[in-house]
Design a protein around this ligand. Structure first.
Ligand code: FES
Length: 344
């Protein structure tokens, strides 16, 4: 008597690449791909972050437990899945929402880095800069993240890269310090320039899509600014011609950060506008108020019916609010590119 057979799986990337492998009974598609030598974009590997999102195009499967914030019901209803929670029950085909270049065939790079700067930039938010140790090749796509390992522990936390790829080995992050967070506690209590950290990456599928001259609108909640800052910095470096607009929202005025960095992009990139809004303004705040999703929704009609490519990063409620506002404003869902925060 033989047990259940492995299931053949075919994955197709956004640029037409094909990945074929078999998935043993009890293995997720994500695990089976890694077993076959292809590390797909993923982060939590337990159904909570949404970064392994894909669309099943054929075949039967079971879906393990997952958070609805990672896979909302309407996306699930369209056949979307989380590959870390997808268990095929026979031949399966699925479409990946990213290009082949985001698949790591040699596994996730693991390197050592040294803290070169650690500075508060707002209440409970720090800017962390690292240099790769003995290496200058620091190439990645804007939008990607690294997992940083707490020294002396196995614990890793994912943070988006805020700068662009470079040949100086430089990595820049913005970290919101969360009470009780493992990496947050390390940064708040023990970390200092000169510390060595192990970094895993770059990883992740979030990034700019080439769609001609279509406007690019970016919406960030708090440190969700990091990957979007990397994107607009790249646009400035390459002098890309698409009109670009960025909405950053924070809770209170003392949470505002990134002003100098956004102003620097605006100085270099014609056609780039940005605004920072505060949800709970205190006396003395004279800038925009509300959430960045509200500001985004209010501004959409200014495009006169042109649907921009939308890039959003922040806490799940903000990401969902921007998606709703975009759809209501006539933006097709495939033009809304999302990265949800993981609690760190
Ligand atoms: Fe699958 Fe996070 S890696 S949901």
């Amino acid at each position: 008597m033989s047990g259940p057979e492995p299931s053949p799986v075919v994955l197709t990337t956004a640029d037409g690449g094909r990945l074929e492998f078999t998935c043993a009974p009890g293995s997720s598609v994500l695990e089976a791909a890694a077993e076959a030598g292809a590390t797909l974009p993923a982060s939590c590997r337990q159904g909570t972050c949404g970064s392994c999102h894909a669309s099943v195009t054929g075949g039967a499967y079971e879906l393990g437990p997952y958070s609805e914030q990672a896979l909302p019901a309407d996306e699930r209803g369209r056949g979307d899945v989380l590959l870390c929670r997808t268990f095929p029950c026979g031949p399966l085909t699925a479409a990946l929402p990213y290009e082949q270049s985001r698949i790591l065939y040699g596994g996730i790079p693991v390197r050592e880095a040294v803290i070169t700067a650690l500075e508060p930039v707002a209440q409970d938010t720090v800017r962390l800069e690292l240099r790769l140790d003995g290496e200058t090749d620091c190439q990645f796509d804007p939008g990607q993240f690294m997992e940083l390992q707490v020294p002396g522990e196995e614990t890793k936390r994912a943070y988006s890269l805020a700068d662009t790829g470079n040949w100086e080995g430089r990595l820049e992050f913005y970290v919101r310090l969360r009470e009780g967070g493992r990496f947050s506690s390390y940064l708040a209590r023990r970390a200092a320039p000169g510390d060595r950290l192990t970094v895993h990456g770059p990883q992740g599928a979030f990034g700019l899509h080439e769609t001609g001259l279509r406007p690019r609108w970016f919406v960030a909640g708090g440190t969700g600014l990091a990957p979007l800052l990397a994107m607009v910095r790249r646009m400035a470096e390459w002098q890309e011609p698409q009109p670009a607009r960025l909405f950053l929202g924070v809770n209170e005025p003392h949470d505002v950060f990134g002003v100098r960095e956004l102003a620097a992009v605006a100085a270099e990139l014609p056609g780039f506008q940005y605004e920072i809004c505060v949800w709970k303004p205190l006396p003395g705040w004279s800038g925009p108020t509300g959430t960045p999703a509200d500001r985004f929704a209010a501004a959409l009609p200014e495009l006169g019916g042109v649907a921009p490519d939308v890039y959003v990063c922040g806490p799940p409620p903000l990401v969902d609010a921007v998606l709703r506002a975009a759809l209501l404003g006539g933006v097709p869902p495939e033009q809304v590119h999302r990265e949800r925060f993981l609690a760190g």
